[in-house]
Design a protein around this ligand. Structure first.
Ligand SMILES: NC(=O)c1ccc[n+]([C@@H]2O[C@H](COP(=O)([O-])OP(=O)(O)OC[C@H]3O[C@@H](n4cnc5c(N)ncnc54)[C@H](O)[C@@H]3O)[C@@H](O)[C@H]2O)c1
Ligand SMILES: [Zn+2]
Length: 365
């Protein structure tokens, strides 16, 4: 039986809409109809095809005839070999320019699927159905898609806007706690750079309770949508979303090399936000008590990661490899308060080292 129709909340992310709420998957079904595609393909990984596909099909019956394409879960699927297999598969099925690809999954699936759709026959249409919190509030919104090459993340990519992004929060039921917190880090970032009341609500909400999380997902998705709508090609304002990411990316890449444990992106960004909130204070932009409060909050959610002092130079080296940093100086998005930020603050390596020292001091207690 098809569940009763409820209207979705639709937000504008500039070049594509984001549908949210109980009616989101019905909206998708309607949009599939209007797209009048010659063929429908659903891309997912083994977890999303198992946990999410039945619910998608229950709400979007027009997709029941679609062909599913499965990839292994994990970042390793975001590579050229997988793209080539799928492009060959689409060709073998005689998929033409009017085919439609529905990407059902976390950021790996929407990045991969967006890229495959963006390049196949110079661009076919796609729709994103995010199934992780990271996907719902960040990865699926804004039209950036790409793959990894030779160990470098997101180095080959395109801007390819989906027809729409359809956010169905109940998909998170099967997502593990660590993956949930991974997405929460980006939500906290949204509050810190744009919306103090969102930040306060996130501090208080029982995050494992999907009913309590739902309006917060909507607010975070709206913030991401608003920022990309104002700056679709990452010229200025979108850089606000880099808060926590300049040092965070260095720590994330460093954790892959370290024997300790590989950090998830959000976990590294949480550490990056502690360091960068502290730098915001050091630059005279943020009261010290705000920096301390943010650090205490993040440390209550994310397990400490031991950083050896003699490894700072490696983290800084990895930060230099990041495509967003120009030679010599790092450009940071820093907080000017809880709920506001500025971009392009110049910070040197010595200051980064001080910020890492600050994190070390905090976790040693
Ligand atoms: N394009 C962008 O703007 C953007 C922004 C942020 C991140 N990203 C990319 O997103 C990727 C990370 O995305 P992610 O954190 O969603 O990881 P992911 O897609 O790898 O998903 C994490 C894990 O959760 C599983 N999973 C997904 N949905 C599930 C569900 N509902 N129930 C149970 N298991 C489920 C997946 O199979 C996977 O094992 C990275 O490659 C990153 O580069 C892109
Ligand atoms: Zn991020």
């Amino acid at each position: 039986m098809v569940p009763k129709r409820v209207e979705a909340i639709v937000m504008d992310a500039g070049r594509h809409p984001v549908a949210l709420g109980a009616g989101a998957l019905h909206a998708l079904d309607q949009d599939v109809k209007e797209a009048e595609a010659t063929a429908h393909f659903i891309l997912g990984d083994e977890n999303t095809l198992r946990h999410c596909l039945p619910e998608l099909l229950a709400h979007a019956p027009r997709l029941r005839e679609a062909e599913t394409i499965g990839v292994p879960s994990g970042e390793a699927s975001k590579g050229l070999a997988v793209c080539q297999d799928i492009w060959q598969h689409l060709t073998a099925r005689a998929a033409d320019r009017e085919a439609l690809l529905i990407c059902l999954g976390g950021g790996v699936v929407t990045d991969l699927g967006g890229f495959i759709a963006g390049a196949y026959k110079r661009g076919i249409r796609c729709m994103h159905v995010p199934t992780t919190l990271m996907g719902m509030v960040d990865a699926s919104i804004g039209g950036k898609a790409g793959i990894d090459l030779g160990g470098v993340k997101n180095v080959v990519g395109v801007f390819h806007d989906p027809l729409g992004v359809y956010v169905h929060v109940p998909f998170l039921k099967s997502l593990g706690k660590r993956e949930l917190l991974n997405g929460v880090a980006e939500m906290i970032k949204h509050g810190l750079v744009r919306d103090a009341s969102h930040y306060e609500a996130l501090r208080e909400a029982p995050l494992h309770d999907l009913a309590a999380l739902t309006p917060l997902v909507a607010r975070s998705a709206a913030i991401k949508a608003e920022v990309v709508a104002a700056d679709p090609r990452e010229g200025g304002m979108r850089k606000l979303l880099n808060f926590g990411h300049t040092i965070g990316h260095g720590i994330e890449a460093y954790s892959w090399e370290s024997p300790q444990r590989a950090l998830l992106h959000g976990e590294a960004v949480a550490m990056g936000m502690i360091c960068e909130a502290w730098l915001s204070w050091r630059q005279g932009l943020l009261p010290r008590e705000d920096s301390d409060r943010i650090a205490a909050h993040l440390l209550s959610l994310y397990k400490p990661f031991a950083l050896q002092g003699d490894e700072d130079h490696r983290i800084i080296e990895l930060m230099r490899n990041d495509k967003k940093n120009s030679a010599g100086q790092f450009r940071f998005a820093l907080l000017t308060g809880i709920g506001s930020a500025q971009v392009d603050a110049a910070i040197n390596a010595a200051q980064v080292k001080e910020a890492l020292d600050h994190y070390r001091l905090l976790v040693r207690g």
